[in-house]
Every structure is written in C-alpha cells, then in structure tokens.
Write a protein that binds this ligand. Structure first.
Ligand code: CP
Length: 308
C-alpha cells in the first residue's frame, strides 16, 4: 500500500504532479457539481486524536468529492477513553477493511507506525512536532497560484518553529522546490537541528522580513510548552507578531499566510489577517483540493502517473 507520511522522500517531480492534480481539483470544486466517482466504493476513515477544524473537515469533503464513503472516528466518545491503545484501535478499524486511514496524533511517528500495521494506505494529518505533509502541499499550491515558480521566491517562516510540524514540512518541501527559506524566531523557539536544515536563521523580524515574497506565520503553541518557556503574549506580539509596521519590510504585495488556527493579537494582528495581502482563506480552499489530489494519487495511481 502507498502512504503519505511526510515530505522527506518526495522528489520535485512527485510534488509538481500532486500540485498539478490539485489545480484540477480546485477547478472541479469551483463548479456547482463538485463530485467525481474516482474513489467510488472506497472507504476512508479519519482518525483524529488531536483537535482539528481545517484538516479533518477538508479530508472529509475531499473524500466525499471523490465519491468515497467517509467515516469520522469520534475519538472523544470511543473506547480510546477506556484505555484502548493506538495500535489496538487502528487494528480494530483495519478489520473493517478501509482503503485509506487519515491519522492525526500527538506522537511523532504515529502515522509511520500505523502504516506498518494496517492493510491500507495511511496519510499523516499531523504527528506531534514531526510532519504535516498535506499542509505543506496546500501552502505550496497557494504560493504557486499567486506567485508562480517557487524557485524564484524567498519565504520567511516566523514564530514557534520549535513545536511546528507545519514549519518542518514546509522547510522540506520549499527546499525541494528550490525556494530560499528563512526562519525568524526567538532562539528559545528554534529546534536544535535548525542550522542543518538549509534555512537562513534570524532572531529579529526587522531583519528577516526584508524583501521576502511570502510571510508565513505560525501559531504560538502554548499547549506544548508545559513547564518550559512560555513568553508573555504582549511581549511576544511586540517582538514577533506580524503587524503593519513589520509587514511593510517585506516585498510589496508579499503574501501573508497562516495555517490556522490563528491567535489574533498574539502572532498576527487582526488587520493583517483580514487585510489585502492575506491568503489565509485561499489556503483553506487549497486544503480540500490538495487532499483530493493526495488520496487520488494513493488509491488511483494511474491518474497521477503512477507516483505518490
Ligand atoms: N492547519 C491545521 O492543521 O489546522 P487544524 O488543526 O484546524 O486542522
């Protein structure tokens, strides 16, 4: 079975094929009749151990638009609450013969672990601070549609990089497609291995934002900071929050992105999130299309040149 566990092993050709297929899914999703029958008769299970608005709902809509039968496992009211393990839950669902399992879990490596156990395709919808590959794909699609070839662009990823699977997947994908990647964060919110990741590192927004084509903000993940450094929100916004003054340092017409959920007034000012340079709603739209492209590529490889 074919899986999407991370960006790590995808080539530029793989990525561009997925983005091209997603472009076609955007066109389909903008028509009144949005359904195809590509995955008719296939069964998709969404298994989300962590909260989600965008990822879970867009995977559900993507499956439905492809004609699949989609089941959302409600973890909060499942036997997980009685102590059932991740593997036992997954094997129980596996016995119902799904074709594809979408998993979000707080533990890095959870999706790869399931992929070894179950007899169907697995998609990583976010595993701890490790990877969130479909988020990186939808971000790349949003950027490509607005600005063209990524290899000509400089992209700044700003904020809580340490806890961010979104940042990690984006750094891998943007580097693979030849973009120049900067990260801007306080040193306390950078992972130790950041200097081995082919990025330019800045500790001040005023330096890192100069001349960039895209400003990608990250949510301050205070729920993952138990006992560690928890900055004061006021100070964080002053130093690292994206406001009009800081955005003016980026290239004219630079895109403003945020994967969501946003903390308005913490990492991004409301007038920027809702302003003319923001493509945050486009990112959400691209999310459905990218997830259609990924599931089609995994389950119906003929449609994607046999690659995933
Ligand atoms: N961007 C993202 O993963 O959002 P959700 O947590 O709402 O799915």
């Amino acid at each position: 079975h074919r899986h999407l566990l991370g960006i790590q092993n995808l080539s530029p050709v793989d990525l561009n094929l997925l983005l091209d297929r997603a472009d076609a899914a955007v066109a389909l999703s903008r028509q009144p009749e949005k359904k195809t029958s590509t995955l008719r008769g296939r069964t998709q299970i969404n298994l989300f151990y962590e909260a989600s608005t965008r990822t879970q709902s867009s995977f559900e809509l993507a499956g439905k638009r492809l004609g699949a039968d989609v089941m959302n496992m409600s973890v909060a009211s499942s036997s997980v609450k009685k102590g059932e393990t991740l593997i036992d839950t997954a094997m129980t669902l596996n016995a119902m013969r799904p074709d594809i399992l979408i998993i979000r879990h707080a533990m890095a490596g959870a999706a790869a672990l399931l992929a070894q156990k179950v007899g169907c395709s697995v998609v990583n919808a976010g595993d701890g601070a490790h990877e969130h590959p479909t988020q990186a794909l939808l971000d790349a699609l949003t950027i490509r549609r607005a600005k063209g070839d990524l290899s000509r662009l400089t992209i700044a990823i700003c904020g809580d990089v340490l806890h961010s699977r979104v940042a990690r997947s984006n750094i891998l994908l943007l580097n693979t497609l030849g973009a120049r990647v900067r990260v801007i964060a306080p040193s306390t919110l950078l992972p130790t291995g950041i200097h081995e990741m082919s990025v330019e590192v800045f500790n001040r927004m005023e330096e890192g934002l100069r001349g960039v084509d895209v400003v990608m903000m990250l949510r301050l993940q205070r729920e993952r900071m138990a006992g560690a450094f928890v900055p004061s929100v006021r100070e964080y916004f002053h130093l690292f929050g994206l406001d009009t003054r800081k955005l003016a340092l980026a290239k004219e017409g630079a895109l403003v992105m945020h994967p969501g959920p946003m903390n308005r007034g913490v990492e991004i000012a409301s007038e920027i999130a809702d302003g003319p340079q923001s493509v945050i709603q486009e990112q959400v739209e691209m999310g459905v299309a990218v997830r259609m492209a990924v599931m089609e590529a995994l389950l119906d490889p003929r449609k994607s040149g046999g690659r995933a």
